[in-house]
Design a protein around this ligand. Structure first.
Ligand SMILES: [Zn+2]
Length: 252
C-alpha cells in the first residue's frame, strides 16, 4: 500500500492519504513510481478513519520491483504512530542482541485487544518511510529527514546535512566495496544520484565478514543501513560503526 499517490499520469498533482477523505473511492490514481502503471484506489477499513492507497484491481497491479509494491508490508493500522521516536528506535537497533529468553505464548496471557507498537525493525521503519511521501510526516517527523533515498535527496544540500541518526538507502561502492584489512565496507547513496560516500566500521570481525559476504552475494541489491553518521572531510565520507546486525538489511 501507499500513503500517497498522484492524481495525474504526469505525476504533477500529489495526493496524501491524510487529505484523501473527500475523494471518490471509484477514482483511479497513479502509483508514485512513474514507471509503474498500477491503478491505485483509496481504501479504508471499517471503524478506522485512516486512509491508504492500494492497487487491488486484477491486471492493474504494480510492476515487478515497484517500491510501492514492496511497501505492501507497511500497514498503518498495525503500528502505533504516536509512540514512534525515530532517534530512540535507531539507537535500539544499535544495541547488541540479547540472548534469547523464552517468550510466553502470546495467546496465553494477553487480555483484550493487542496494543500496536511503533515501527521498530529497520525494515518496518524503511517500509514506513517508503509508503509516505518524503514531505509528509510520521508522528510529526518529516519522512525525508529519516530516510536518505532518491526521493529525499534534494533535502540534503551537502554531507553535513546527513550527519546524525538516519537510515540510508545505498548500493555498494565501485570498484571496491570492502577492505578486509581495515574491516570496512563502502557504500554510496542515494542510489540514483550517488551523491555521498559512506563507510561502515565494525567492532566485530564476524559481523564484518557476514555483511561483506551478503553484499558480495547480492551485488545489485539495495542495502539499507541505520546509524548515527559522522562526516570526515579528509576521507570525504560519512561513517558509522555497525554494532548490531539489526542495523543493516539487504532489500531483494
Ligand atoms: Zn507501483
Amino acid at each position: 500500500m501507499a500513503m500517497y499517490v498522484f492524481k495525474d499520469s504526469a505525476r504533477k498533482v500529489k495526493l496524501l492519504a491524510k487529505d484523501a477523505f473527500k475523494e471518490d473511492k471509484g477514482v483511479r490514481f497513479y502509483c508514485p513510481n512513474p514507471t509503474c502503471d498500477a491503478h491505485m484506489h483509496i481504501c479504508s477499513r471499517s471503524g478506522s478513519s485512516t486512509f491508504y492507497f492500494s492497487a487491488q484491481i486484477k491486471g492493474h497491479g504494480h510492476i515487478e520491483n515497484c517500491p510501492h509494491y514492496a511497501s505492501n508490508n507497511f500497514d498503518p493500522i498495525k503500528y502505533n504512530e504516536t509512540e514512534f521516536d525515530f532517534n530512540k528506535a535507531l539507537l535500539a537497533l544499535t544495541e547488541k542482541s540479547k540472548p534469547q529468553t523464552k517468550k510466553l505464548d502470546p495467546g496465553e496471557h494477553e487480555q483484550g485487544p493487542v496494543v500496536p507498537k511503533p515501527p521498530r525493525t529497520i525494515r518496518q521503519i524503511y517500509d514506513m518511510c517508503i509508503a509516505y511521501d518524503c514531505t509528509d510526516t510520521y508522528n510529526g517527523i518529516v519522512i525525508g529527514t529519516m530516510l536518505l533515498y532518491d526521493g529525499s535527496a534534494y533535502m540534503y544540500s551537502n554531507a553535513d546535512d546527513v550527519i546524525g541518526w538516519r537510515v540510508i538507502e545505498a548500493k555498494r561502492d565501485k570498484p571496491n566495496f570492502y577492505d578486509s584489512v581495515k574491516k570496512e565496507i563502502y557504500l554510496v547513496a542515494p542510489i540514483g544520484r550517488q551523491k555521498y560516500k559512506f563507510l561502515l566500521r565494525f567492532d566485530d570481525e564476524a559481523q564484518y565478514k557476514a555483511m561483506q559476504k551478503e553484499i558480495y552475494a547480492n551485488k545489485d541489491n539495495k542495502i539499507i543501513v541505520a546509524g548515527e553518521w559522522n562526516f570526515s572531510e579528509k576521507q570525504n565520507k560519512l561513517s558509522t560503526t555497525v554494532l548490531s546486525k539489526k542495523q543493516t538489511k539487504i532489500i531483494k
